[in-house]
Design a protein around this ligand. Structure first.
Ligand code: GDP
Length: 183
């Protein structure tokens, strides 16, 4: 999506959504990325929440508007409005809870059924700091990502590992997708 009428100050605006089962760390990944904050007892308010991050790529100002389900998934009621216009997605599971990994294909199906454009997708295995109770191996994550054509990364919102990297790889890929189309 090209920005608002070519104003130099804001050339690109990308919507990115975060999906995954309840309590995998979606809200904390976003608050860690956008505000540098982590909350051990976070209780999301039900609804939709988004944060905007600005960054510069190739001398262009890029705004990433990152949406969090904010608890909607607990009721399996993530609406089509949530997905509409998304150019990127993080599909998150918790490496210490296999059931959340098993749900990834359902989230992918849902994402694919709502998108009508190329969506840059990153599979995110969060809570990497909980190595001692790991329930999903790095290899399994990698293999799934490869089979589904996704980027893959393991993160920890708790200690910040790879959080910026996860978002920025997706933003860069969207930028590349969009600039290929524009040129
Ligand atoms: P959401 O429901 O997917 O948005 O998950 P939240 O961000 O609300 O996190 C659910 C719980 O997991 C909270 O108690 C968080 O403190 C915790 N949590 C989130 N990310 C991490 C992480 O990287 N490591 C650990 N150890 N806990 C995390």
């Amino acid at each position: 999506m090209r920005g608002d009428g070519g104003r130099d100050s804001q050339e690109y605006l990308f919507k990115i959504v975060i999906v995954g089962d309840s309590a995998v760390g979606k809200s904390n990944l976003l608050s860690r990325y956008a505000r540098g904050e982590f909350d051990l007892h976070s209780k999301a308010t039900v609804g939709v929440d988004f944060q905007t991050q600005c960054l510069e790529i190739d001398g262009k100002e890029v705004k990433a508007q990152i949406w969090d389900t904010a608890g909607q998934e607990r009721f399996r009621a993530v609406t089509s409005a949530y997905y509409r216009g998304a150019f990127g997605a993080l599909i998150v599971y918790d490496i210490s809870r296999r059931s959340t990994f098993d749900s990834v294909s359902r989230w992918l199906d849902e994402l694919n059924s709502h998108s009508d454009t190329t969506v840059a997708k990153m599979l995110v295995g969060n809570k990497r700091d909980l190595e001692e109770i790991r329930d999903v191996s790095v290899e399994e994550g990698k293999n799934l990502a490869e089979a589904e054509g996704l980027f893959f990364i393991e993160t920890s919102a708790f200690d910040s590992t790879n959080v910026h990297k996860a978002f920025e790889i997706v933003i860069r890929e969207i930028y590349d997708n969009v600039s290929r189309k524009v040129l």
